[in-house]
Design a protein around this ligand. Structure first.
Ligand SMILES: NC(=O)c1ccc[n+]([C@@H]2O[C@H](COP(=O)([O-])OP(=O)(O)OC[C@H]3O[C@@H](n4cnc5c(N)ncnc54)[C@H](O)[C@@H]3O)[C@@H](O)[C@H]2O)c1
Ligand SMILES: [Zn+2]
Length: 333
């Protein structure tokens, strides 16, 4: 698969983890995290490696500063290439380091979590969190290549597997009803992952800088999901778990305001429940959730904005959603 963008294009391909050692021929340094470094020890490219503490805590200004200073200390130059091997945290942090070191150097995304394979490694969005909120500093800096070591998923903990499955279901819901049946029979197979990447590729090519609304459809379940994550302090639930709940509630909302065909919310709920994902709102005050939604980046007017399903397989951005309707759905629990 090839993704085209304003500055060129990049190839996305599948590989075996044993092929990663060959990155030593084309890259000069690696950013990763401790879990990934340990899990892929046998095939690690012999290159200087910056190893992050696993988890969202590493998407910070502090880690960013340490990592970029480390690159400078390695003497990396403009034409050197960075390999970013890990989940979405490593991809976002490492990609942002590549975007800003010497005003931008080339990097290869090597996603090792399911979520990173189907989502965060594609589209060129990189960044870090600020104290004021998640992903508030960042850049559009597409990789020069995405290399997916599919068999690396063998060591991914099952909770993180389910986490990625939530985004996989999202692709079926927003763009491809046929994919739903395949997920049910095959789970997160390589061909299912391939299809998800195709869908994301099409969407990001149509809306590289998030200006036309097409890319916003990827945010189905995310307005409420992000609010849940923020309200819980990003600890109790993983991103995919929060958006699983968000997808169910945003389908309820869509049905309530007449944007979503009736019956969709139940279908969404059943698919996600069967995948072992949570679908019920945790115990957080509705006012807190509404407050976080008011700060949402998609919002451009006084009302709230949601990417809502019209039916299974189709999604559109609805920008003028009355807060009272959202409140009513959240209060139903
Ligand atoms: N840039 C984007 O477009 C985009 C899109 C979606 C999400 N994101 C970001 O992605 C991040 C979440 O990504 P994530 O869920 O991959 O989190 P993560 O990077 O924290 O990875 C999840 C866990 O799995 C471990 N891990 C990863 N691969 C492994 C493997 N093969 N074997 C064993 N352990 C492995 C990691 O060490 C970590 O503990 C969030 O920060 C989110 O904001 C970015
Ligand atoms: Zn997401």
């Amino acid at each position: 698969m090839i993704v085209r963008h304003s500055g060129g294009s990049y190839r996305i391909s599948f590989a075996q983890r044993s092929e990663l050692a060959a990155l030593a021929d084309v890259c000069s340094a690696i950013v990763t995290d401790r879990n990934v470094r340990g899990a892929l020890d046998m095939c690690w490219p012999s290159l200087p490696t910056y190893v992050l503490t696993p988890g969202e805590v590493s998407k910070s200004l502090r880690t960013y500063g340490e990592a970029i200073e480390w690159l400078a200390a390695q003497g990396l130059r403009r034409n050197d290439r960075l390999a970013v091997i890990g989940g979405g945290v490593v991809g976002d942090l490492g990609g942002f380091v590549a975007a800003s070191y010497l005003r931008g150097i080339d990097y290869v995304q090597v996603p090792t979590s399911l979520l990173a394979m189907v989502d965060s490694s594609i589209g060129g969005k990189v960044g870090i969190d600020l104290a004021a909120g998640k992903n508030l500093a960042g850049a559009f800096h597409p990789p020069v290549e995405v290399l997916i070591p599919f068999d690396a998923l063998e060591t991914l903990p099952s909770r993180h597997r389910r986490n990625g499955l939530a985004e996989i279901w999202k692709y079926a819901f927003i763009a491809d009803p046929m994919l739903a049946g395949r997920i049910e029979s095959e789970g997160a197979s390589q061909s299912v992952v391939h299809r998800c990447i195709e869908i994301k590729q099409e969407i990001v090519e149509a809306d590289e800088f998030e200006t036309t609304g097409a890319r916003a459809t990827l945010n189905f379940g995310h307005t409420i999901g992000h609010a849940i994550e923020a309200a819980l302090g990003y600890e109790e639930l993983l991103h995919g778990e929060a958006i699983s709940i968000g997808m169910v509630l945003e389908s309820d909302l869509g049905e309530a305001i007449g944007a979503t065909q009736s019956g969709v919310a139940n279908a969404v709920r059943e698919c996600l429940q069967a995948a072992g994902l949570p679908t019920k709102l945790p115990d957080v005050p509705v006012d807190t959730l509404i407050e976080f939604m008011r700060r949402d980046k998609k919002r451009s007017t006084a009302n709230l904005a949601f990417s809502l399903l019209t039916r299974i397989g189709e999604c559109k951005l609805v920008t003028e959603v009355d807060e009272a309707a959202v409140r009513a759905v959240l209060e139903r629990r």
